[in-house]
Design a protein around this ligand. Structure first.
Ligand code: ZN
Ligand code: ZN
Length: 416
């Protein structure tokens, strides 16, 4: 029975197309994600998320009998409700939704292309208000979609580290926060919060890492009954070592991979201290950084830790009843490491990640409108765009310099 349920949910998850992997999907899957069929796919996603959430909220005959037959060791009495942890497939990035009863928390929202997908996923789970909206650190693959979420949902508390970044992506998030008159909370290590019946202990940042966004990541542990989950954003080994030195309890049954399974994070020391049974990697299929790295997978394998991966399995959903944790799919058995493209030097890698995220966000944000008849470049909001005939109008994400090289001229009024 249980195997059938896994299979069913797994097949539904295959339908969920990663929002940044449209091109790859197109080649080898029927779940095609191209700009022209975006609506259709997001409908499928909404349906799927509804099914997932309704299955988990079914006043449990089947689920209860399943968990009593579970091969996982019981840890106590199940609670009346559940804690759902959805590791959404957002390609190369993070976005995790926690639901406990009427309460919810969003940890990151993928990159700039993922805001509406995450929005749909939340709406499909009947969420209108987030108790916590967390931007773990200001990198684009974490906060890129957060502006959309902040505009569309009521957020009771917004968590971000005291670390800014000189990017349009970061500015957009701050503008969204200001437009709704929200204040930012900088949670500090050791602080405790509640999400319904779940308890949250903040583990990091332990100190200020200057402009090092990854190490400034907010990390915390969520405990529900006898079950526990660890989230460390993109903390690198330095921040991981500081968390361990702080003496806070990092032990957890489920650990989200630090920095998408990079070997600059997920140190053996942290893995041993956390001693998770399950490890969930949120990374993009065929990503440029070689995530997850072989060294990390080797450590996990030798320690007998079961691995789930969004790049192979789509969105991963873990449901805790306070005693046992059930996943929507079987663990991955591939142990397939990512293949880095370009330099394997890890500081170069981090640098490259930062820059490509930045470029991507810039190209998305700075789209211009071309008049292919007059060969003029306009800003989106230029008054002449409204008067332009549709057949001459073309939206472009090329830079003004690139367009000039093609013979276009910037409009003298809107000065793009
Ligand atoms: Zn990062
Ligand atoms: Zn990241």
């Amino acid at each position: 029975m249980k195997r059938i349920k896994y299979l069913l949910l797994f097949m539904m998850c295959l339908l969920l197309a990663g929002c940044t992997s449209g091109v790859n999907q197109q080649e080898d899957s029927t779940a095609i994600m191209t700009p022209s069929v975006t609506e259709t796919v997001s409908d499928v996603e909404i349906e799927e998320a509804k099914i997932l959430s309704s299955r988990q909220e079914e006043p449990g005959t089947e689920d209860a009998s399943d968990s009593s037959q579970s091969s996982m060791p019981g840890r106590g009495e199940p609670l009346d409700s559940t804690l759902q942890v959805h590791f959404m497939d957002v390609g190369q990035g993070d976005s995790i939704l926690l639901i406990q009863g009427e309460h919810s928390m969003l940890i990151d929202a993928g990159d700039n292309s993922c805001g509406t997908k995450v929005q749909s996923y939340l709406q499909a789970n009947n969420i209108t208000t987030l108790d916590y909206c967390v931007g773990t650190h200001p990198d684009a693959d974490h906060i890129g979609g957060l502006d959309v979420i902040i505009y569309k949902f009521d957020c009771k508390d917004i968590w971000m580290p005291p670390c800014s970044k000189d990017t349009k992506t970061y500015e957009d998030v701050i503008s969204a926060i200001q437009s709704k008159n929200y204040k930012i909370t900088n949670p500090s290590a050791g602080g405790t919060y509640t999400l319904g019946d779940a308890e949250i202990t903040v583990l990091a940042p332990v100190k200020d890492y200057g402009e090092d966004a990854n190490n400034n990541s907010i990390a915390f542990k969520v405990v529900y009954g006898e079950n526990s989950f660890l989230f460390t954003g993109d903390c690198e080994e330095e921040a991981e070592a500081d968390i361990l030195a702080s003496g806070l309890d990092v032990s957890a049954q489920v650990m989200k991979a630090g920095h998408h399974g990079s070997d600059t994070s997920n140190s053996r020391e942290l893995l041993e201290a956390a001693a998770p049974e399950y490890f969930v990697i949120s990374s993009g299929e065929g990503n440029d950084y070689g995530h997850p790295r072989a060294e990390v997978l080797n450590n996990l394998r030798s320690m007998g830790i079961k691995v789930f991966r969004t790049d192979e399995q789509g969105s991963i959903v873990a449901v805790s009843d306070g005693a046992d944790i059930t996943f929507n799919t079987m663990p991955s058995e591939s142990w397939q490491a990512g293949e880095p493209k370009g330099s394997s030097n890890s500081s170069m890698e981090t640098q490259a990640e930062t820059e490509s995220s930045y470029e991507e966000s810039e190209s998305i944000q700075k789209r211009v409108v071309l008049n292919t008849n007059t060969m003029k470049i306009h800003r989106m909001n230029c008054s002449s765009v409204k008067q332009m005939s549709e057949k001459n109008k073309q939206v472009s994400s090329l830079t003004v310099e690139e367009l000039k090289a093609m013979g276009y001229e910037p409009c003298k009024n809107c000065k793009p």
